[in-house]
Design a protein around this ligand. Structure first.
Ligand code: NAP
Length: 416
């Protein structure tokens, strides 16, 4: 017996989900309803005539469908739709990372009480089966960290800056023209999109109930083409890295740009791809990689969740691991740092920087300066040995007040 599917949202992911269901030949899934605002303009000829198109949510939520797919996005009214579907005893499959990151705990609790599935493989890593991989594949381990590249838009921009020497704004425009970045790219560039995904992975992999707002986030907008020149000299590159770890009751989490050595798997993630590394106490590192976004990769994850429900044929859903809310979440505690400055050249700059580092017990590793700078705009880089992030933050605040900057200094942790 085929599982009938009510599809909420007929945008990039919704259309791809519909295609995959319509083109399947195994009879396990049947598309029954498509809901979207102003639905008339959304109609396409390849959807079978038997499918009901509607812009009234009640037409789907009150219909006799077996499972609801929510690919509209956003917190509201998606949350209400999830609650109504769950309360009616219907499983829900979603790609809505913001909703699961923010209200996942409550929604999963509600679904567990009603004995129905709420599955969200598509919310992290597009078509990469990382949620299932953490939940089932390496559930036997005790995971201590999850890190990786979770935002394809940032990765596309940074890898274009790296490979073609593009300025940030040019790489962003190229990403928008190629469909890899939205007209308003704030959520991607500021790290909010990756942070939502990191919170989901923290829940699934580490059993941590993190609130997105508690995870420090740094923008990639501050990265310049100069930084890639210096990164190359340091046998490294720059990536937006998301990381959460838990040890001895201490939870560290951060999303933001970081210098990564060329030998790191993170450095080899190109274009809009994603990579996630789970660190386990017993099995050590397990890597998941692939296309992290786009209609079809994301739809593969949605349809795989639907098939998991279809194959279970009414059996009880597997329980999600218990989660705990950490008492505090801190930024990285210790890291080596990369500090790029662009200054009006004048005597005594290095001396004043050295005295601030010395006052905070931070050791300088190297000072690098590429040829070609001018007296009015002189970029250079200082690398710092591993030090406490708090000390580095204090030193940076003092450095930022010095009178010789042309642009604000950029400080990146160096992460393997
Ligand atoms: N795109 C990806 O690569 C990707 C990857 C992973 C996860 N996701 C997640 O998947 C979800 C959908 O993303 P998407 O890229 O498919 O977005 P999208 O292209 O903007 O599609 C959303 C669809 O929902 C409709 N919609 C929006 N608000 C609505 C409302 N209040 N009532 C009824 N219909 C409404 C939109 O209609 P209009 O046409 O009128 O705007 C649009 O057709 C999001 O949660 C997103 O985070 C997307």
């Amino acid at each position: 017996m085929a599982l009938t599917v009510g599809l909420l949202g007929f945008g990039t992911v919704g259309q791809a989900v519909a295609r995959l269901i319509v083109e399947r030949s195994d009879g396990l899934l049947t598309l029954s309803h498509i809901f979207n605002r102003d639905v008339a303009r959304k109609r396409v000829a390849w959807v079978p005539d038997a499918v009901t198109w509607t812009d009234r949510i009640d037409d789907v939520l009150e219909a006799d469908v077996d499972v609801i797919v929510e690919v509209v996005g956003g917190l509201d009214p998606a949350r209400t739709w999830h609650e109504r579907a769950i309360d009616a005893g219907r499983p829900v499959v979603t790609a809505n990372k913001q909703l699961i990151a923010t209200h996942g705990q409550a929604l999963l609790g509600r679904a567990a009480e009603r004995g129905v599935d709420l599955l969200f493989e598509a919310a992290v890593g597009g078509g990469i089966p990382v949620v299932r991989g953490l939940r089932e594949g390496i559930a036997g381990d005790r995971l201590t960290s999850v890190s990786g590249i979770l935002n394809g838009t940032c990765n596309y921009i940074l890898t274009r800056m790296e490979s073609a020497g593009l300025a940030f704004d040019v790489a962003l425009q190229e990403a928008q023209a190629a469909g890899f970045a939205e007209a308003d790219p704030t959520d991607d560039l500021e790290g909010y999109d990756a942070r939502a995904k990191l919170c989901i992975l923290a829940r699934v992999g580490l059993g941590l109930d993190l609130a997105p707002a508690d995870v420090p986030c740094e923008s990639i907008r501050t990265i310049s083409d100069d930084d890639f020149v210096y990164a190359r000299r340091l046998q490294a590159t720059i990536r937006q890295v998301s990381r959460v770890s838990a040890a001895d009751g201490q939870v560290e989490a951060r999303v933001g740009p970081a210098l990564v050595p060329l030998t790191s798997p993170l450095a080899r993630v190109i274009g809009s791809q994603n990579l996630i590394v789970a660190g386990g106490a017993y099995g050590r590192e397990t890597t998941f990689a692939g296309y992290g976004a786009g209609g079809f990769p994301t739809a593969v994850a949605v349809v795989s969740d639907l098939l998991a429900i279809a194959r279970r044929a009414g059996g009880a859903p597997a329980a999600w691991p218990n989660t705990t809310a950490p008492s505090s979440v801190t930024n990285l505690q210790m890291a080596p740092y990369y500090l790029r400055l662009v200054v009006h050249d004048r005597p005594g700059i290095i001396a004043s920087l050295a005295s601030i580092f010395s006052a905070h017990a931070i050791n300088i590793d190297a000072v690098l300066q590429e040829p070609g700078g001018t007296k009015d705009r002189l970029p250079f880089v200082i690398t710092l040995e591993a030090c406490s992030t708090a000390a580095m933050g204090q030193a940076l605040a003092e450095i930022a007040t010095l009178p010789f900057h042309v642009t604000p200094p950029l400080c990146l942790p160096v992460l393997a």
